[in-house]
Ligand binder design. Structure first.
Ligand SMILES: *C/C=C(C)/C=C/C=C(C)/C=C/C1=C(C)CCCC1(C)C
Length: 241
């Protein structure tokens, strides 16, 4: 098999490579730290590791695929998200469970995240001529998640769960509001509809490259950063009952 070299100006392949390594490193860290974590927080730290591990497997594949074909691995990008974003919803459920979070709240978060991702996939791949419309529907589901976490059930439960959980939830809420908002930017760059018809990058190949780089950066921030907030919570709240 031929060995494909990453050209030094190939930022797409490079960020796939860095992403793979970062997700692998984060997974090793979270998995090893599970044993040093108090019982109460073990599942949460384990789930952080599972999120970065699933991403590592996808990044390993997407890195090779992109390097060999030069194409954007959109399908596996969405397979990754459809597995990891619901697991991030599980994290919100786990940390607010002690304050009485019901399983119905978890399903609400998961359902909204699936609507957000499936409509995003439709807009990117299946019906990209209507990418603006699908992007707006996806955005509505996204804002519903933001609402639940900032003002709805999640916020209310976090308040009852003690200062540490409340603070961690606040930081995670910022991840969802700011970190997750990077994704629609990638979508706007890479889909034909652009920003309500305004194309930010006119060359189609460059637009797809920009989208992949933006998604890769967003994934590193959101998956690893999110996990580290959970990890920090598991240390600070060790003696909270
Ligand atoms: C680890 C992966 C994560 C946290 C992925 C998050 C993805 C999103 C928040 C995607 C959102 C989108 C919109 C809000 C509108 C346009 C379509 C999407 C799917 C890119």
């Amino acid at each position: 098999m031929d060995h494909v070299k990453i050209a030094s100006d190939n930022y797409v392949a490079f960020t796939f490579f860095i992403g793979t390594m970062a997700m692998m490193a984060a997974s090793v860290f979270f998995f090893f730290e599970v044993n040093n974590t108090s019982k109460k927080w073990r599942t949460s730290v384990l789930v952080s590791g599972i999120i970065t591990f699933i991403a590592a497997v996808h990044y390993y594949y997407m890195r090779g695929y992109n390097l060999a074909t030069g194409d954007s691995p959109t399908f596996f990008r969405y397979v990754d998200w459809i597995l990891t974003v619901p697991l991030m919803c599980v994290e919100f459920y786990l940390i607010t469970k002690k304050a009485g979070a019901k399983i119905a709240l978890l399903w609400q978060l998961i359902f909204a995240s699936l609507v957000m991702l499936i409509t995003g996939y439709v807009g990117e791949v299946l019906d990209s001529g209507n990418s603006v419309l699908w992007g707006v529907i996806s955005g509505l589901a996204y804002f519903y998640i933001v609402y639940l976490i900032w003002f709805g059930e999640v916020a209310k439960l976090a308040q009852k769960a003690g200062p540490q959980v409340e603070q961690a939830t606040r930081i995670l809420a910022w991840f969802v509001l700011v970190g997750w908002a990077i994704y629609p930017l990638g979508y706007i760059l890479g889909t034909p509809g652009g920003l309500f018809g305004v194309k930010l990058v006119s060359d189609p190949a460059a637009a797809i490259r920009a989208m992949d780089i933006v998604y890769n950066i967003a994934d590193a921030i959101n998956k690893i950063g999110f996990g580290l907030v959970i990890y920090a919570l598991s240390r600070s709240a060790e003696d909270e009952s």
